[in-house]
Design a binder for this molecule. Structure first.
Ligand code: C2E
Ligand code: MG
Ligand code: MG
Ligand code: MG
Length: 292
């Protein structure tokens, strides 16, 4: 505990540091108990096909109902989970829960609705992902092609050989692989050739400025065109306005995701969305041409 009597610059700095260390230790302690206390849940955000005009999938997004701090989003705790190795049991829970929920959509008769799951670089590097996925698919009965794992570019820069072999194993199982946050890293385009990627997710930072900045508009257009030439599907994330959606549909972006189409929601609410015959937001862009 810092002493009031030593309230000079040095002491303040130390006090701040101690607080940060303490905060981090507390978070780590809480994280260790969170799984067994059932404090994690998955939210689901709709992914909307601009070709078929319907929901074709959802991204599973982790939430932590912290007993004191309320509902926490991954940026507030995922790095601690990664550094402590807690990401391994947590990741196993996430993949299992996502597959179980997607299998339920299928049992409810909604057809082929896919689920996308974020996987940390730390999870992939520690290995075991293919086995975890296999077990989750077997347990849930979800067909492999309805599971998509979202990996980030950073992963591919750091450890391409081992990552490549994990991706091949997943591909052999029939699981899909998406490149998340596309465009935020380096030499992104070459990854599409080197790695067996099914989908790229154009990062929100490009999507947000697509109708206001000419450069971002041309980047998005060329990413879509190039991905399609390589047989890769394109998802735009962070779609917030009808203008952004219109631009993306006009340039043949396959799938739209963002607050405009639906925020991340609890499992019950997403199931309710699936029950709607027509997506309520279709009214925003009813006259846009779809794929030619
Ligand atoms: P991400 O995979 O790029 O996910 C997209 C993030 O953008 C999500 O934040 C989502 O809630 C938010 N988002 C969606 N639509 C919009 C929009 O229209 N506008 C804006 N401004 N934001 C939007 P979230 O849920 O806080 O997740 C943040 C990041 O945490 C994710 O980025 C992902 O990298 C990571 N993450 C989330 N769930 C998991 C998980 O289960 N496992 C792991 N390892 N990482 C996860
Ligand atoms: Mg993601
Ligand atoms: Mg991400
Ligand atoms: Mg992203």
């Amino acid at each position: 505990r810092a002493h009031e009597s030593h309230a000079n610059g040095v002491c303040y700095y130390t006090e701040g540091m101690n607080n940060r260390v303490l905060e981090r230790l507390t978070l780590e302690r809480d994280l260790r108990m969170a799984l067994s206390r059932d404090e994690f849940s998955l939210y689901f955000q709709p992914q909307f096909s601009s070709v078929e005009n319907r929901i074709v999938g959802a991204e599973a997004l982790l939430r932590w109902q912290h007993p004191q701090r309320g509902l926490l989003r991954p940026p507030e705790f995922i790095s601690v989970a990664e550094e402590t190795g807690l990401i391994v049991p947590l990741g196993e829970w996430i993949i299992g829960a996502a597959c179980a929920e997607a299998a339920r959509w299928r049992r409810d008769g909604h057809g082929a609705i896919a689920v996308a799951v974020n996987v940390s670089p730390a999870e992939v590097r520690r290995g075991g992902i293919p086995a975890v996925v296999r077990a989750a698919l077997d347990r849930s009965g979800l067909p492999a092609h309805l599971l998509e794992l979202e990996l980030t570019e950073t992963l591919m820069i750091d450890s391409s050989e081992s990552v490549l072999s994990v991706m091949r194993e997943l591909k052999n199982m029939g699981v899909k692989v998406a490149l998340d946050d596309f465009g935020t890293g380096y030499s992104s385009l070459s990854y599409l050739r080197r790695f067996p990627v099914d989908t790229v997710k154009i990062d929100q930072s490009f999507v947000h400025t697509v109708v206001t900045q000419a450069e971002d508009a041309s980047i998005v257009r060329s990413v879509i065109a190039m991905a399609h030439e390589l047989g890769v599907e394109v998802i735009a994330e962070g779609v917030e306005t009808p203008e952004q959606a219109a631009f993306l549909r006009r340039h043949h972006c396959d799938v739209l995701q963002g607050y405009l189409l639906g925020e991340p929601m609890v499992a019950d609410a997403f199931r309710h969305q699936l029950d709607q015959p027509v997506h309520p937001l279709l009214q925003h862009f009813p006259h846009e041409p779809t794929h030619a």
